[in-house]
Design a protein around this ligand. Structure first.
Ligand SMILES: C[S@@+](CC[C@H](N)C(=O)[O-])C[C@H]1O[C@@H](n2cnc3c(N)ncnc32)[C@H](O)[C@@H]1O
Length: 291
């Protein structure tokens, strides 16, 4: 099995999309999400079926249901951004088990570049081939590490830096150190022709304080992620500020905006809070011609 380490997080997101797809009122239907989860062999704690009465589901299941509700909104928001943007070159960084290349009704001639670790890319390729799925875009997949130089590789694979690109950074920044997040945003800026767009899910703002260190120590013990790695993620750059400084027009969308837009409060039981404030929210941005 090639989905290992951080790739496991991609399986969890796909499991959330599979669960969203099973709702009676889905914001997104991803017919391949369950296929990819099953093929990964990774045991994720998500239920396969959306319960008839979610509020009666066992309490331990609530966080999974909430996770799926959030991922449903996040996926739909980004789908809508991409289709409204209408750009013919799209680059999805940290693409995981994203199936937009097969799922969305792309305008003719759209080229989608997906980039993730080689193991994840290889797994998606083999599984979608086995499912005889037909891409709806001209898809190029690239195994690369975004914390190492990757710009030359994507250009070699056919990406055109002189063409406007719609960038997607979904669920990726939270896994990178603050330093690597800054470097990645700089890479994206350097590869963006005028007319480019971006949709970026922010890493939650986490400041390095004694209280944060205490929480991270507990989290490190619980997850096995080294404490130093977690600490390096504190004080991340603000993508909105980085893009604004580079002349992009920026909009910010909080999770509560998505809850209103999709009429989907993030709670399963009446008195429950999903902690929307712990999520980073989204930055959408546009680089006008002539900047
Ligand atoms: C939580 S998953 C999100 C996947 C996908 N964007 C989605 O929303 O379904 C994070 C993804 O980022 C990828 N990733 C993390 N660090 C990376 C790196 N340094 N280079 C390339 N990909 C990376 C992981 O392999 C994983 O697929």
């Amino acid at each position: 099995m090639s989905v290992e380490g951080v790739g496991v997080t991609a399986v969890a997101v796909a499991a959330a999309r599979a669960l969203e797809s099973d709702r009676p009122d889905p914001l997104v239907v991803d017919p391949w999400a369950a296929v990819l989860v099953r093929a990964s062999g990774v045991a994720v704690p998500f239920p396969e079926r959306w319960p008839d009465r979610p509020e009666d589901a066992p309490a331990v299941e609530h966080s999974m249901l909430l996770g799926a509700m959030y991922i449903g909104m996040r996926t739909r928001f980004i789908d809508d951004e991409l289709l409204a943007g209408g750009l013919r070159q799209v680059a999805i960084l940290g693409s995981g088990l994203d199936t937009r290349s097969w799922r969305l009704a792309w305008p003719g001639g759209t080229r989608v570049f997906e980039l993730d670790s080689p193991g994840v890319i290889d797994f998606v390729e083999r599984t979608m081939d086995a499912a005889a799925a037909t891409p709806t875009a001209d898809r190029t997949a690239l195994g690369a590490d975004v914390t190492a130089p990757w710009a030359a590789s994507i250009v070699r694979s056919g990406f055109r830096p002189d063409q406007p690109t719609h960038w997607v950074l979904e669920g990726l920044l939270p896994y990178l150190s603050a330093h690597d997040q800054s470097a990645l945003l700089d890479d994206v800026l350097a590869l963006s022709a005028p007319g480019s767009r971006a949709v970026i899910e922010r890493a939650p703002a986490l400041t390095d304080t004694p209280e944060t260190r205490e929480r991270l120590e507990t989290f490190a013990l619980a997850t096995g992620i080294p404490f130093d790695e977690l600490l390096a993620r504190t004080d991340p750059p603000d993508p909105a500020a980085v893009l604004r400084a580079a002349g992009w027009a920026v909009e910010e969308t909080g999770v509560e905006d998505l809850e209103r837009r999709y009429d989907r409060p993030l709670r399963v039981a009446r008195d429950e809070s999903a902690g929307s404030e712990q999520r980073g929210g989204f930055v959408t941005a546009y680089l006008a011609d002539g900047v």
